[in-house]
Ligand binder design. Sequence first.
Ligand SMILES: C[S@@+](CC[C@H](N)C(=O)[O-])C[C@H]1O[C@@H](n2cnc3c(N)ncnc32)[C@H](O)[C@@H]1O
Length: 291
Amino acid sequence: MSMVQEKVQSAEYVDFWNEVLVPKFVKYKHILVDGLTHHSEAVFPSLPVKPGDKVLDVGCGFGDTAIQLARRVGPRGHVTGLDCCTAFLDFGRKDAQAKKVANVTFVEGDALIEPFRPEYDFVFSRFGTMFFANPVGGLRNMRKALKPGGVMSHIVWRTSADNPWLSMAKEVVLKFLPPPGEDARTCGPGPFSMADEETVTKMMQIAGYEDISFTRVDAPVLVGRTIEDAVNFQLALGPAGEVFREAGPQAEARRGEIEAALAQAIEKQKRQADGIVMASSSWVISGRNPV
Ligand SMILES: C[S@@+](CC[C@H](N)C(=O)[O-])C[C@H]1O[C@@H](n2cnc3c(N)ncnc32)[C@H](O)[C@@H]1O
């Protein structure tokens, strides 16, 4: 076993993603992939990706953006989808095969320590970088994967106030349970850790990027097909899910009351043909590797 593999297997956040979050992401794939797609669709046409390019998709999850990018770069180009969870990569591999997309490879690795070489024209990440235990180190390592002059674009959530689809449920759950303690098991800094434009500009500068830009994307996202689906989703994942999970038996003892309060709050949200939708907001942050 190589040193890199040993590190991937021992990092706390990697274990947490694999053991705790993957099964929940798989269960709520219908909510996550559709919702997150709104945020990449808004900017995909303007991304600097052309036929023949070599592209890296960091924290590629189920692999849908990697496959989309592979179609864009065409048969002369290639896309590598990198993720620290094998189970996600298997989804990507099967999906690429089913869609007959041959120019994409899914690789297991930790973006913080992967020994990248400067071989990519474009590096992308949709909602992956906010979980980096060392954000500047991770952003710098992604830059090392870029050819001189290459661009990195990552999509991250804006503030919790701009993302009621994640924050509203947490407020409801906190009426019944204590916030997670210092020792809570974690997948990294969390969804809103890159919301502040000034802080992340600094992070990008220290990581060595130039021509840094921020584009705001607002989009309604599905939170569940039914109220029950939405309540279960909120108690499984995201900030409310973390509070519920960490409270353990205390949460289970109050499950009925919490579910009822959440259902009441979700009932007031907007309905569309496919289910209940709420507001979400992201930044698309780009930077260039100096020539
Ligand atoms: C919120 S999900 C987003 C997945 C996908 N990009 C999407 O938009 O659907 C974050 C992903 O980043 C991956 N991830 C988190 N930290 C990572 C790291 N240090 N190295 C590689 N992947 C990581 C997780 O396994 C997960 O698949």
